[in-house]
Unconditional design. Structure first.
Length: 135
């Protein structure tokens, strides 16, 4: 596979990795299991279990395991045709996926801020309309 195709695959494979890692660690659909994992990662007396459950609460940590699954599923290798290609590809996939998640987090924050600003403006307009009606 040519380097250009490998890079294209890198940026494309990172999308589902980011999506899965973000969904499991942030979205409402997994809130209950995530809350359980948070409790276990903070209070389980055994170090192994605290670290194991932490993996499901951190998008960066969890993205490594999702990337490993996708490496296994697709046999994706970057730069080298042997085990080194898996190693480099895995870390590159995690890095790109985390860039995508960071970008997504910033976009969500901006959208939320805009929604709050719109509600404030709507509230001000409603107050002015009520004052005009009362006058």
């Amino acid at each position: 596979m040519s380097l250009g195709i490998q890079v294209l695959w890198l940026f494309l494979l990172a999308i589902p990795i980011a999506s899965i890692a973000w969904t499991v660690t942030h979205e409402e659909v997994f809130r209950e299991p995530r809350d359980y994992c948070v409790r276990q990662s903070e209070s389980n007396p055994r170090l192994f279990f605290r670290k194991f459950f932490f993996l499901f609460t951190c998008e960066f940590c969890f993205s490594h395991y999702v990337a490993i699954f996708f490496l296994w599923l697709t046999r994706y290798k970057l730069l080298f045709p042997d085990w080194r290609g898996y190693l480099i590809g895995g870390f590159a996939l995690v890095w790109i996926a985390n860039q995508y998640m960071s970008l997504y987090a910033h976009l969500r924050l901006d959208i939320r801020r805009e929604r709050i600003e719109i509600k404030d403006v709507e509230h001000e307009v409603k107050k002015k309309e009520e004052k005009l009606k009362a006058a």
